[in-house]
Design a protein around this ligand. Sequence first.
Ligand SMILES: Cc1ncc(COP(=O)(O)O)c(C=O)c1O
Length: 434
Amino acid sequence: MSVLAILGGEPVRRDPFSRWPRYLPSDAARLEQVLESGHWGGFPVPSRYAAEFAEKFAELHGARYGLCIANGTIALIAALQAAGIKFGDEVIVPAYTWDGTATAVLFAGGIPVFADVDPDTYCLDVQAAARAITPRTRAIIPVHLAMRFTNMEALIALARSNNLKIVEDCAHAHGGEFQGRGAGSIGDLGCFSFQESKLMTAGEGGIVLTSNLAHFEHLQSQVNCGRASLTDQFQQQVLGSNYRMTEWQAAMLLGQLEMLPPLAEKRALGAKRLSAALRSLDGVRPLPPQPGITRETNYCYVFQYRDPRVSRDLFCTALEAEGIPCDGRFYEPVYRSPLFCASPEISPQLRDTDYSKVHCPVSERAAYHEAVWLPQFLLIGAGDQGDRDVDDIAAAIAKVLRHSDDLASADPSLAGQKAMSRAQRPRKERAKNY
Ligand SMILES: Cc1ncc(COP(=O)(O)O)c(C=O)c1O
């Protein structure tokens, strides 16, 4: 253990971590029931399992209504449209997030306006959002990133005083609660993803939560090709499409919902143990606790790398060589991401927008120098093999830090793919699921 694995030594960890995704034995019976029913799709809206799941999921988060939808990106587009976003409206999004948060705004006809994130949470900095407001701003999308929340109390106050809608991006926040209120039920609408890396998954899928009947009716029409909603009290004319979720997905999600609380508890225990271990190490900093969080959600465990001798990317490569899956360039500031295809030829609302001048220093530091992301399945062994899992992670981080001098004198090109944006990595690596 005295030589780094990247330099030819023995890795700290050879065993794989917990498997993800997980499923329940009872899923098989539900899937068989769907098979036998002959009713596999999502029409008429809502179909049996989709209705049952949406009701339970909305209740868990304290929202009046939930509507299942094809995936998290479509959820955001539909929520923005339900919130009334029209061609050329500005929508504030955090710069440090998955590209889909911003591309959803483009698909809805809006203009994403990037605001920086808070250095302790990596979630939207409410003061930066306030500075980004113009007479054309209509909405804000806070993203509850990885394991923290946007300061929703301050954001709601800002939105109210400027007559703006809030669409929460909760793709990382299933089951989480801030100041006693469930993710996705604090703003006007909340969007979740059930893509495979997420805390609950049906392979793909999404849901939108809201407590506003007009928004709910709008969403029902949108997912169902513009057809009238079930209650149709507001009789809205809606440009709809087929965004329906299949019954296969909804059947799987019922089992995923059952597993969410015990798995969340394990992740929280693991995160606590890991933070305690990292606090005693020089060169890394766990994110400080956020007192507003009343129910934890940990999509990924994120910490900050602060050792000036070695680049964060080389540190991540060395850590992965020790057997710990991790990533540094998990996200880039969206305005610099090769996946953010923002051109006025495709999105004419951008004709006066120039993203080359945008600069969000906290997001850039997080993306290129500081943040280290560990996938959530590293934490779900807690309670059985979990302490060992977390202790191995901490031991590997300590080992790499202890050998910073060896790394500093090693060839920096060893950082390899970790120094590339995820979009630029070779296909196989790019396809990785966390
Ligand atoms: C923050 C964030 N927003 C939106 C999405 C989009 O979700 P989906 O992949 O289901 O379209 C994701 C997930 O990939 C995400 O991580």
